[in-house]
Design a protein around this ligand. Structure first.
Ligand SMILES: Nc1nc2c(c(=O)[nH]1)N[C@H]1C(S)=C(S)[C@@H](COP(=O)(O)OP(=O)(O)OC[C@H]3O[C@@H](n4cnc5c(=O)[nH]c(N)nc54)[C@H](O)[C@@H]3O)O[C@H]1N2
Ligand SMILES: Nc1nc2c(c(=O)[nH]1)N[C@H]1C(S)=C(S)[C@@H](COP(=O)(O)OP(=O)(O)OC[C@H]3O[C@@H](n4cnc5c(=O)[nH]c(N)nc54)[C@H](O)[C@@H]3O)O[C@H]1N2
Ligand code: SF4
Ligand SMILES: [Mo]
Length: 779
């Protein structure tokens, strides 16, 4: 029987062997199946054919860059991009009638998948104090309610304004302008939980928080490291760039506790041999590292490079670069020479020869790039690891030259742009000065609250007003139970959203749903049809223009919602032309062009095919640190202490989800089908722990204040490294203690949580199960 969207999906776990390659024909087939199920063949065609085309829609998926306009395919998207865009273009609708039929408390018990599956939000809704229902509210009344709450606060710092990285540059600029004109820097964003460690480490060592690498650099590198990222799922078109690099002779080293399909082999659906042949091998070397071992790996590599220089003086290190562009080398080198091999080998779980082989790859390569993502940033020592990666690259001058550099691979399609527009609780004075000069008000200077500190402040009653521009804060944030309780303490919570999610069901005294246009839709304002702009992981800023009819006639654009709220709340206290901004987004970009260096003449330049590439000082040989040089650093960082009988849990994405939103219960490449409540563990660890495959367990995380429990997971034997466990986010966010954060960046350590697996046999004890009891079917 065909399921209807009113049904919760049925769980039935099947496990098949992990795939050894990514993409290819099945990927295209899956993309089309999903598209047509969500929308119609015609809508699917309109969205897919305009996706990532000049004058088309920027893919709302990840932040991977498009090839230059003259190298773009007709189908310039991946399987997952097609899923993301059609998830927005769905023809299903959440109407006022839906909210009459479903109480908020009932919606709160629904799964993330079910909530998303209900379709697009269609009209503004309010949940009033004491009520268990959302009811319709006129836009004007919604703005009245919001501004009344805001102006009643004792201090502007009792409000926080969260942004998720799908918001456009224009919406992000308007939001931060409003928040600062209102009087607060409380601008947490999803980046606080994503690449904050990268931003911090790069800023400190290189003077700029962004990556330095272009697609052209990747294509022409000799050696590319892929550390702690799963491109086959999360940045699928990165595989096309890697394929191109390999064709040009590059070698690839992948570093991961999991042998992810996309790291092994790629079948490019846009190439004949990708469809028919065996595809391209991606990783020439795969370092099956222990979770959290990357700092030790780069320590080991750096020590080997210093020793290679001792053996062949003048032939290994780039002395010119080190002397003229950097400082701190002596201190760094003293520190790294004293690193003990026993520590490196135990932290990484690798053999010394494996690391020596990588050193030899490095010595053979003139141009080296290191790419990384959440496997690096979401650890306690994430910042230290990235600083050590910078040390590694600088030893041989692999910065600022073609084919070299740092490549933090960003998540959300515009997470980088939102930061450029000022969404950050710690924007530098230069930005605030420019705002002041342009708009004539005095922006607050004290740093605001990031995501983790916002939760702390809500929990303690210091923040009582929460407004989100996109995202699903309560599921993205750590410590779900703590975060939900903190949200419920607020006087008002409001979400500018396209689709229903759990954050709408965890309400303050009053709660508002402010439904908005998505990127796929035509955006018509008083001065005519508008487009928005976004910035990808390679600092390219370009336009995105929707083509579909809006999901409902009641929707307002993000910019319109924010401008109307600002006009109502600030009541002319700052000289900002909100009405003009709403009517013509070009007038917002005019102002941005006078505030953000590199975006001068924004409107004219962004209209050119391919848009604007923001300059990166590192590529011009400039390091805007206080010393005017790039910094070598000495890094210490302790591996989390994992007591006997415990494992280090990482929480990650399946192939079929967009962040907090599962699309299905499958994870095709890892061979997990029909359930997400699984924990993947190395077979040897399972034996040691006395667990058998298919056994049901609770995951219990161990922390100084209390234990946290995620109930009822099936154990799956999987080739992850010893000592680690793997489970899906956001079901396991309940296990991530709010105070378990990366040093310096305050980023939740979602990849480094100490857990034990408690069998949930009938007696609650360690039930011995016969194979017949197994809930797993291995096909
Ligand atoms: N389809 C899809 N695409 C997405 C997203 C999505 O949810 N779905 N999300 C987007 C967003 S916001 C982001 S930030 C990116 C995230 O992109 P990724 O960072 O690739 O995402 P994760 O699934 O968190 O996977 C992290 C990878 O790091 C590895 N890893 C974990 N711990 C360690 C470690 O200690 N060392 C090393 N070397 N590796 C480790 C894991 O095994 C896994 O392969 O993807 C973006 N793209
Ligand atoms: N345990 C654990 N936690 C994590 C992570 C992890 O790896 N492990 N990863 C972290 C990372 S990297 C990130 S980036 C965060 C993600 O955190 P968020 O960015 O907050 O979460 P998303 O799931 O991307 O948000 C999805 C919602 O955004 C809304 N939305 C979608 N498109 C639009 C749009 O165009 N406009 C508007 N206004 N709304 C829209 C929809 O309502 C949808 O339900 O989670 C973090 N949390
Ligand atoms: S790689 Fe990322 S940006 Fe490109 S089509 Fe796929 S999801 Fe979209
Ligand atoms: Mo992210």
């Amino acid at each position: 029987m065909r399921r209807t969207p009113e049904d919760e999906p049925e769980e039935s776990l099947t496990v098949t062997p992990p795939k050894k390659w990514a993409a290819g024909v099945p990927a295209v087939v899956h993309a089309l199946e999903y598209s047509i199920e969500e929308t119609s063949p015609r809508r699917a065609a309109v969205t897919l054919l305009t996706m990532n085309q000049v004058a088309g829609i920027d893919c709302p998926g990840c932040a991977w860059a498009d090839p230059s306009p003259d190298h773009r395919h007709r189908n310039e998207y991946c399987e997952n991009g097609a899923k993301h865009i059609n998830d927005e273009a769905t023809t299903r609708r959440v109407t006022a009638d839906f909210f009459r039929r479903h109480r908020v408390s009932e919606l709160g018990r629904r799964s993330d998948l079910w909530l998303n599956q209900q379709g697009r939000l269609t009209e503004p809704m309010v949940k009033r104090p004491g009520s268990d229902h959302y009811e319709p509210i006129r836009w004007d009344d919604a703005f009245g309610l919001l501004s009344q709450e805001l102006t009643a606060l004792d201090s502007p710092d009792e409000a926080v304004f969260y942004t998720s990285g799908r918001a456009s540059n224009e919406a992000a600029f308007v939001l931060q302008l409003f928040a600062r004109a209102f009087g607060t820097n409380n601008l947490p964003d999803c980046s606080n939980m994503c690449h904050e460690s990268s931003g911090f480490a790069l800023h400190e060592t290189l003077g700029t928080g962004k990556g330095t690498v272009s697609l052209h650099d990747l294509h022409h590198a000799d050696l590319i490291f892929l550390v702690g990222q799963n491109p086959g799922t999360n940045h699928p078109r990165q595989l096309s760039a890697l394929e191109q690099a390999k064709r040009n002779g590059a070698r690839i080293v992948a570093v991961n506790p999991l042998p992810e399909a996309g790291l092994l082999r790629f079948k490019n659906p846009q190439q004949v041999n990708g469809v028919l042949g065996s595809g391209v091998k991606i990783a020439d070397r795969f370092l099956h590292i222990r979770s959290g071992g990357d700092l030790a790996l780069f320590h080991g590599l750096n020590r080997l490079l210093l020793e290679a220089e001792d053996a062949r003086p003048g032939q290994v290190l780039d002395h010119d670069f080190i002397q003229s562009r950097t400082s701190g080398f002596e201190d760094f080198s003293q520190h790294v020479r004293a690193i003990a091999w026993t520590d490196v080998l135990s932290a990484t779980g690798l053999a010394r020869e494996e690391i020596e082989q990588v050193r030899d790859e490095v010595l053979r390569s003139r141009r080296v790039i290191v790419c990384w993502a959440m496997g690096v940033t979401q650890h306690r020592h994430g910042v230290a690891t990235i600083r050590e990666i910078v040390n590694f690259l600088m030893l041989r001058g692999n910065l600022g030259r073609a084919g070299t550099g740092v490549c933090p691979v960003r998540g959300h399609s515009n997470v980088q742009g939102d930061r450029t527009m000022g969404i950050w609780e710690q924007m530098p004075d230069s930005f605030l000065d420019a705002l002041q000069q342009e708009f004539g008000f005095d922006p607050p200077r004290a740093h605001g609250l990031d995501s983790v500190n916002s939760i702390r402040a809500m929990r303690e009653g210091r923040v009582t007003f929460f407004l989100a521009l996109a995202g699903n804060f309560v599921r993205a944030a750590p410590d779900s139970a703590v975060t939900e309780e903190a949200m419920r303490r607020c006087r008002l919570t409001a979400h500018i959203s396209t689709k229903l999610n759990r954050s709408h069901t965890v309400c303050g005294r009053t709660a508002l749903i402010l439904p908005t246009l998505g990127r796929t839709e035509r955006d018509i304002q008083a001065d005519g049809e508008q487009f928005v702009t976004v910035e990808n992981s390679m600092s390219e800023v370009h336009t995105s223009r929707g083509h579909l009819k809006p999901a409902s006639k009641h929707l307002l654009s993000e910019v319109a919602i924010l401008c109307r709220l600002a006009r109502r709340t600030l009541d002319g206290t700052a000289d900002i032309p909100w009405t003009q901004f709403e009517a013509d987004y070009g007038t917002i970009r005019d102002r941005v062009s006078r505030i953000v260096p590199g975006l001068h003449d924004f409107n004219r330049r962004v209209a050119r095919p391919g848009g604007i590439t923001l300059p990166n000082p590192v590529n011009e040989g400039v390091f805007p640190t206080p010393q005017g040089k790039a910094l070598f650093t000495r890094n210490t960082g302790q591996m989390p202490r994992v007591p006997d009988g415990h494992l280090l849990l990482q929480t990650l994405r399946s192939h079929d989800q967009w962040n907090t939103i599962p699309y299905t219960l499958n994870d095709r490449y890892r061979g997990i089908h029909g359930s997400r409540r699984v924990v993947l563990v190395n077979p040897a660890d399972l034996r040691e722990l006395g667990l058998s495959e298919g056994e049901r367990v609770d995951l219990v995380s161990v922390w100084t204040d209390a234990e946290r429990r995620a109930k009822d997971f099936a154990v799956v034997a999987y080739p992850t490294t010893r000592g680690s466990a793997v489970a899906y986010y956001p079901e396991t966010n309940i296990l991530v203690p709010l105070d378990s954060v990366a040093e310096f960046s305050n980023q939740p350590t979602s990849k480094g949580i100490v857990v034990r697996l408690e069998p949930t046999g009938p007696s609650g004890g360690r039930a011995e199960r016969s194979a017949g009891d197994s809930v797993l079917r291995r096909d």
